[in-house]
Write a protein that binds this ligand. Structure first.
Ligand SMILES: [Zn+2]
Ligand SMILES: [Zn+2]
Length: 219
């Protein structure tokens, strides 16, 4: 069984949609609020493809990410490869526990705003129904059981393969690094040191595609 050209293309396009959902949506918009007044259609896109990429619901992701910035590369950092091991941070970063007590100041305000977002609330409640609905849609439109592979599992696997490197590899040696190739493969996330140095900055690099998209749409 070999995949056709159109199935390869669909797989790569879906991988890019999931990458944009993770980098631009979950990270820049939901965790940092870089796109003020981000419209419902864009938030729905991020929630859909973030769910299909098995990133988990966006609210706990954003809360964990706040801890990651607050406690970068210390024993309280939920994503610290140094303290939790590279295997754990690569394989299960989405399962990182978070503690509400770490949300202080602006973090707390931002988190309250996220909880009030009905699109994020829908995702919290119906996360697995979104995934199941996608599987049903794939089967109904293609009539092919293998569509679950090229239309869901393979693109989600590519997302894990590259984007999960940010949790451990990008913090190798106990500090954040910039990696140009990873920046290209993760829609701008690989310029990780830049982001840690100036997390408020919308665009981290000339090749930070997500930052560029936010700049275009939020004008
Ligand atoms: Zn980091
Ligand atoms: Zn961040």
């Amino acid at each position: 069984m070999y995949a056709s050209i159109s199935q390869w293309v669909a797989c790569l396009v879906l991988w890019q949609c999931m990458t944009i959902a993770g980098t631009l949506g979950y990270h820049r918009v939901f965790s940092h609020g870089h796109w003020k007044d981000c419209p419902a259609w864009a938030r729905s896109f991020f929630v859909l493809f973030g769910s299909l990429g098995f990133i988990g619901p966006a609210i706990p992701f954003a809360a964990v990410h706040h801890e990651h910035h607050r406690y970068t590369d210390t024993d309280k950092d939920p994503h610290s490869a140094q303290f939790k091991g590279h295997f754990w941070t690569y394989v299960t970063p989405q399962l990182a526990p978070f503690s509400l007590k770490y949300l202080v100041g602006d973090g707390k305000k931002h988190f309250r705003k996220l909880i009030k977002d009905p699109i994020l609330g829908f995702q919290e409640r119906y996360y697995w129904f979104i995934v199941l609905g996608w599987i049903v849609l794939l089967l109904l439109t293609t009539g092919d059981l293998y569509s679950i592979i090229w239309g869901l599992l393979a693109p989600a696997g590519l997302l894990k393969l590259f984007s999960n490197l940010l949790f451990g590899y990008s913090h190798r040696g106990g500090k954040p690094h910039n990696d140009f190739w990873l920046g290209l493969l993760t829609a701008g996330e690989g310029f990780h040191k830049e982001h840690h140095d100036r997390p408020w900055e919308v665009r981290n690099h000339k090749w930070d595609i997500s930052g560029k998209i936010i700049q275009i749409f939020s004008k």
